[in-house]
Design a protein around this ligand. Structure first.
Ligand code: PEP
Ligand code: MN
Length: 336
């Protein structure tokens, strides 16, 4: 349920309303926008008397919210959320960011070289997998804690904030100096992990599950926000369909649709969505045009020798070319 307040509501009446709602076991989420203040009521509102609330002097309108996601719902928070990663690096609400880097951290030389290259081309954040979710237990599993150390070295050298994936709650202490924690597609519905990430004070990049609906993605974001962590970024990275010509099928309509459903920033990963390096540029351009708040792109200094996802990785030169094309498209991007 949302309660839209009139301008400058009487503070005493507002306090009374809030304590009455809280006494019914509801949580209240305030959103003060430029035009109105909205109270989002979270919990079981089935016994709340909507007419009674509507009759109060301080209340403009009351509406029931049908969707099961509340904190992430745009109805609760009409303005775009801007996720602050550092003072200079923000995403959402007109702030566009490109996250680039190798699929996995392989060596100090590789991770520092690619960081220099993507920074030069204009990336705002650096990515690299230390813990890798691989289909085969015999495939390279990532450099794990050593990989995080190397990423922190690249962060130190390049000045870029870093993004890396967590696969297990018990690894979280290793992520203390990581700027953005990624939840990969395979863990999108690891609810215990999501609850734990709701309790920490770091931005979370939540990737859409391989066969998840948008509502399921939003419910996973709701887990994080319900715990008190409001810095969530969503990522469309392709879904499983009957098509096998591409690794996944990029659901670009998810971008403008998600942005009507939620106030959270939405980025697109054309690398995992297609699995083919030659498709990364057109899909990065299309995602930008569709109104994405950013992109995540895999870049490797020598894709043919990459330990993971070489076929979808761009060389630093190809990445710089994509960045130039994106800059040209951004002024024409769909804004709703
Ligand atoms: C990744 O970004 O490294 C990754 C494994 O992606 P996804 O979880 O989308 O497959
Ligand atoms: Mn990858």
């Amino acid at each position: 349920m949302i309660v839209v307040l009139k301008d400058n509501p009487d503070q005493k009446q507002l306090d009374n309303l809030v304590s009455w709602l809280k006494s019914m076991g509801l949580d209240i989420h305030f959103s003060k926008g430029e035009t109105a203040t909205i109270m989002g009521l979270i919990g079981d509102t089935s016994t709340v008397d909507i007419d009674l609330i509507n009759s109060l002097d301080i209340v403009d309108t009351v509406k029931r919210v049908q969707e099961p996601y509340k904190n992430v719902n745009r109805k609760f928070h009409p303005e775009d959320t801007v996720v602050e990663i550092t003072d200079d690096v923000k995403i959402g609400g007109g702030n566009f960011q490109v996250i680039a880097g190798p699929c996995s951290v392989e060596s100090e030389e590789q991770v520092c070289l690619v960081a220099r290259e993507v920074k030069k081309a204009g990336a705002g954040l650096y990515r690299g997998g230390a813990f890798k979710p691989r289909t085969s237990p015999y495939a390279f599993q990532g450099m794990r804690d050593e990989g995080i150390k190397l990423l922190l070295e690249a962060k130190e050298q390049s000045g870029m904030p870093i993004v890396t994936e967590v696969m297990d709650i018990s690894h979280l202490p290793l992520f203390e100096n990581v700027d953005v924690i990624q939840v990969g597609a395979r863990n999108m519905q690891n609810f215990e992990l999501l609850k734990e990430l709701g309790r920490i004070d770091k931005p979370i990049l939540l990737k859409r599950g391989l066969s998840s609906t948008l509502q399921e993605l939003l419910m996973s974001a709701e887990y994080i926000m319900a715990g008190g962590n409001e810095r969530v970024i969503l990522c469309e990275r392709g879904i499983r369909t009957f098509e096998t010509a591409t690794r996944n099928t990029l659901d670009l309509s998810a971008v403008p649709l998600l942005k009507t459903m939620t106030h959270l920033p939405v980025i697109v990963d054309p690398s995992h969505a297609t699995g083919i390096s030659g498709l990364v540029k057109p899909m990065a351009m299309a995602a930008t045009a569709a109104g994405a708040d950013g992109l995540m792109i895999e870049v490797h200094n020598d894709p043919s020798s990459a330990l993971c996802d070489g076929a979808q990785s761009l060389t630093p030169e190809a990445f710089a070319d994509v960045m130039r094309s994106i800059e040209q498209i951004r002024p024409y991007a769909y804004r709703g």
